[in-house]
Design a protein. Sequence first.
Length: 238
Amino acid sequence: MLNLNDAYAIIKYIGDAKKKTPVKVYVNSDKIERTSNDDFKIFGSCGSFIIIGDFDKIIEYLATLDIKEEDVYIEFDRRNSAIPLKNTLHETARIEPGAFIRDMVTIEKNAVIMMGAVINIGAIIGEGTMVDMNAVVGGRGILGKNVHLGAGAVVAGVIEPPSADPVVIEDDVLIGANAVILEGVRVGKGAVVAAGSVVTKNVEPGTVVAGSPAKVIKMKDEQTKEKTKLMEDLRNLD
């Protein structure tokens, strides 16, 4: 089993992985017979078919049938990809359209992944945590429970360079829109990172930081807690 805590192991996995270009191919032809193999599956009948699988293998197959180009339409969104997208059908979380989540990402109960979010291999999204629109969680990034990662914010990935430590965001942290958390930084429990901040060093629990580079501006108080509280209804899956 791949050790997702080891950047070198992830790099080797990517290097060794069979690169694929998954496609959906629509074909009008009476020459096709329904069949399936390790490279693609064929669905349809009566001269109208959909072939789902690896582009190169499907093209090889169609070439053997001498099918005309005008009878073929191809849908694709990547080329020579090493890591597939995560199958999220069985996750107990809210995942909105347009989120890109790679395989071997952990998504815990009642997390929320919004439109346009990008989450790379080895990342962990804790229970009740929201990754807001267009936010990025890089490889091996760790978000604890009940974190809010604001729209456009970036948790830096640490697959390359492999020697860097992953970013760790502890429980109950709020990170404002367009903030950037750099490699190796730990943001302590209950802290608040202001919008647009660039965090270059560890943040102590319960502090509020702002600026570039981010500095402590105060301790979290009742007014801050009220402004940054999470809403349970956004995490309700019923």
